[in-house]
Design a protein around this ligand. Structure first.
Ligand code: CP
Length: 313
């Protein structure tokens, strides 16, 4: 693995290895606290972020490395018209690895083509968010004990929600996984995911507008925010934003061991009264995001193909 641009860059073996390494880091963080000493992570964020950027930075600091970067396009030379290709050529001289978030689909891929250091896609437009997916897989693996034979419900904005697109791509490769997509007509999962990922592999799924009706079937309910920033029309956003709100009443329909996940940030789609339900694991999920990013940074910097001195995991 040279870069991580899409979840398909990772085989299930590599995903399982990253989850196992994250588990070892969780058990013994001090064993890894100096392993990236002298290494630098650049965080190139052209779009807002709290969890992804700060968990990447915390991850590198926890590994003994250091961080540099920018948190908005306005505070970088992108504001003067610099291309992603030129930026990454320069950053390759300053850092050993970088994480990039960009509003344009494919920007991290372009960066990878011009980079001398590993590029990690930290979210590109409505396309992919592979490290959120690794976070989600680590969460499911640790809290359900498996990644196969699960029914995953995805609810909310399935059209623009890149975390759902990446999660479906990744989970579709595990045996016995089925999906339930809960959304309004306008925010349905994209047709290419249905045809290229699900139909082509014969993976079972259904689509519905009724959350209560499908709750009892689910092992995991993955809630998502309606992505205001990707709407062309404010009226449509206002009409659709509160169609699905998970509250304590709806949780009565869920299995006692169902996990409620959310990539965060949440707006209204999960009532705060759900936070105290032991099945609500979204804050734990955000914590796991730091550990899986530690495992990913370590793995990429250890790859001899990256022509950096090898580190021992
Ligand atoms: N889940 C996630 O990507 O959160 P941020 O936008 O805060 O990074």
């Amino acid at each position: 693995m040279h870069h991580l641009i899409s979840p398909q860059d990772l085989s299930t073996t590599q995903i399982n290895e990253l989850i196992a390494l994250a588990g070892r880091i969780i058990e013994s963080p001090s064993s890894y606290s100096e392993i990236c000493k002298g290494k630098k992570l650049a965080t190139l964020f052209y779009e807002p972020s709290t969890r992804t950027r700060l968990s990447f930075e915390a991850a590198m600091l926890n590994l003994g490395g250091s961080v540099l970067g920018f948190s908005s396009a306005d505070s970088s030379s992108a504001a003067k018209g610099e291309s992603v290709a030129d930026t990454i050529r320069v950053i390759s001289s300053y850092a050993d690895i970088c994480a990039m978030r960009h509003p344009k689909e494919g920007a991290p891929m372009v960066a990878a083509m011009h980079s001398r250091i590993p590029v990690i896609n930290a979210g590109d437009g409505g396309h992919n968010h592979p490290t959120q997916t690794l976070t989600d897989l680590l969460t499911i693996s640790r809290l359900k004990g498996r990644l196969d034979h699960l029914t995953i419900g995805c609810c909310g904005d399935l059209k623009f929600g890149r975390t759902v697109h990446s999660l479906v791509n990744a989970m579709a490769r595990y045996e016995g996984v089925r999906f339930v997509f809960i959304s309004p007509e306008e925010l349905k999962i994209p047709a290419y995911l249905r045809s290229d990922v699900l139909d082509s592999a014969g993976i079972s799924y259904k689509e519905t507008k009724n959350l209560e009706e499908v709750m009892p079937e689910l092992d995991v309910l993955y809630m998502t925010r309606v992505q205001r920033e990707r709407f062309f029309n404010e009226e449509d956003y206002i009409r659709l934003k509160d169609l699905f709100i998970l509250d304590a009443e709806k949780m009565k329909y869920a299995r006692p061991d169902m996990l409620v996940m959310h990539p965060l940030p949440r707006v209204n789609e999960i009532s705060t009264e759900v936070d105290s339900d032991p099945r609500a694991v979204y804050f734990k999920q955000a914590e796991y995001g730091m550990y899986i990013r530690m495992a990913l940074i370590l793995t990429l910097l250890s790859d001899p193909e990256n022509k950096k001195e090898a580190l021992v995991c």
